[in-house]
Ligand binder design. Sequence first.
Ligand code: GLA
Length: 752
Amino acid sequence: MIRRFGQCFALATERTTYCFRVMKTGHLEHLYYGRRITVESDADMEALTEKHAFMPGNTNAYDQENIDFSLEDIRLEMSSYGKGDIREPFIEVIHGDGSATSDFLFEKAEIGTGKEAYRTLPGSYDENNGTEHLCVTLRDRQYELRLELHYYVYADCDVITRSARLVNESRETVRLERLMSLQLDFDTPEYIFTTFTGAWAREMRKTDTRVISGRHVNASYTGTSSSRANPFVMLSKADTSEDAGDCYGFNLIYSGNHYEAVEVSGYGKTRFVSGINPQSFSYPVGPGEDFEAPEAVMGYSCAGYNGMSRGMHRFVREHIVRGEWKDKLRPVLLNSWEAAYFDINERRLLQLAEAGREVGIELFVMDDGWFGNRDDDTRSLGDWEVNRGKLPDGLEGLARKVRELGMEFGIWVEPEMVNVKSRLYGTHPDWALQIPGRPHSEGRNQRILDLTRREVQDYIIEEMSKVFSTEGISYVKWDMNRTFTDYYSGALPPERQGEVAHRYVMGLYHCMRELTLRFPHILFEGCSAGGNRFDLGILCYFPQIWASDDTDALCRAEIQTGYSYGYPMSVVGAHVSACPNHQTLRTTPLETRFNVACFGVCGYECDLCDMDEEERDAVKEQIALYKRWRDVLQRGDFYRGRTFARGEGGVPGNITEWTCVSADRGRAVGFLMQKLVQPNTQSGYYMAKGLDPARRYHFYNRRTEDCRACGDTLMYGGVRLKQAFAGEGYNAQARYSPDFASRLYFMQAEDA
Ligand code: GLA
């Protein structure tokens, strides 16, 4: 609900309220964001307005008429650079006269319904047109610039989205140095800033930083949303736990360089901003032109991290993921990469596919290596023609043979790249992003195509259309394996190089939009050397993303826990792979590898032909079990219990505990995993979450547990397990030590 009371605005979701007002100077004062409060008139907001009259020391007053008012110590909806607010600005514009000072003041506000689509970027959407929209228009006091602040309310997700658009109504070109998407000011310096950082194969490490002074930045400079720092971040209080306390979650619907900063001012106020990374960004906006900043997402819950995550999960599932695959159950796939790497040919692939069919695989995916002379990663990217030496009957032939085995067929591509050793580079060296005449940094022997150019976008769309129209292709893994260096587009003049990173992202979205429209039946999975571009922008086109090249079950449990704070598990690609694991050389039980993967979109990525019969039978059983519970695991509500990352008292724990509950709360799957065996600790317990407290459930697992209890007992009392991990008795025959052991538990309401 969005309401205007005089000069005050109140936005409400089911459990949250967001308020701001227009001050007498025309600036927007932020008043409140948090748990739902009663706001029936502007008088109700009076208590929230800043009363503090400014006493000059060396702080600047706004102007002659407002000598007791400084922008430095006020909570603002947006902050311009140069008029006394010395904190992180929302906008920075260099005007035609060279000045960098702006002062945007309120002009008008409009309230409506429905979600408008952006011209240049993807955004959230609302199939039912129920979303309310507030557009506040500000105008610069000196220059003919209009700034629109857009707010969209997704009431049942407890999510509000924000974005901004600058329109140049003057006769001069201005240079935009920064336009954030979201600014949120708080009164106090008491927030924990949680970021999800890492690198290749160790994405989404949760890190808490208490910001009590200065500035803490989470940002990407890789050209992608980046495994170094995901754009999803949280602010919470010291006493916030998984299920209680204040938690704010923020994300950005953008796949390029992003920036999230928390700053505590000299007066103890906390500011959070999120948007495109201003570093190396400089964008001219000509007369009559506009610039759209990406849409930012914010959610709040007083029910801790899980409370906030549930709203985010729902929002991503209902208002980000779209298309034919949105609600469809995802097939169990077998991917050839870790089974064969580049060493593929039709015979080998069909052997793998046949072994997959035997155990119940539904989709066979041929990964890298099928085109040009692609025997390793040094050549052929850009030349998307099938290698007939490896696949004599072409893609069609292989697809047909896989389908004759009773499975769907999928393929790997990396459309945004080119190897120097390729026909494409030989013909169009200028199509790669590179500084003319300068040495280029190397990354996986490949260059990034210049997607700022229309002809390159067209090439990608046409080449990929040829591949995707092969009869029988129903799945595509779209990879992107290097980070940006030597940013430079030969298509733009020297003074416009600050546009390259953002124009690349817009070019990418154009290709993705066109190809997903042309091939609506194909299930697309995003990938970027694992999770180097795992974000809401990609999810607007592709309904799932490969979360990490690290398939070690122990690492994956942490990585998937990390993703779960901001993303539903239904978008997280997760595979069971061979042991010793190819990334860590660790050996974990096959059961645990499956138990972890089945909480994401489950697949296999190993040489099934190399497994002994016992292991193959186990895999067959796993897939059958997954198919019985897949609707719960892929569509249910996910809850974190104890986690390795944040154990009891904030100390890293030895146990990870998850629960996934069907929407009607009739069925649920629980998961418990231990890192290392603790000797002589025989008792274990599992605490369910999200069940109906009043319904009775049958709680069981495949081996040992079997009891009946009400949901409240399972959630608040927990289940004392007959057998957890250690203490299962000395068993010299055991293939694996109980290190990294795990269990699944099933809960079925008796009335369901
Ligand atoms: C990246 C992906 C892998 C695999 C390889 C193929 O590393 O993340 O899953 O597809 O590329 O080259």
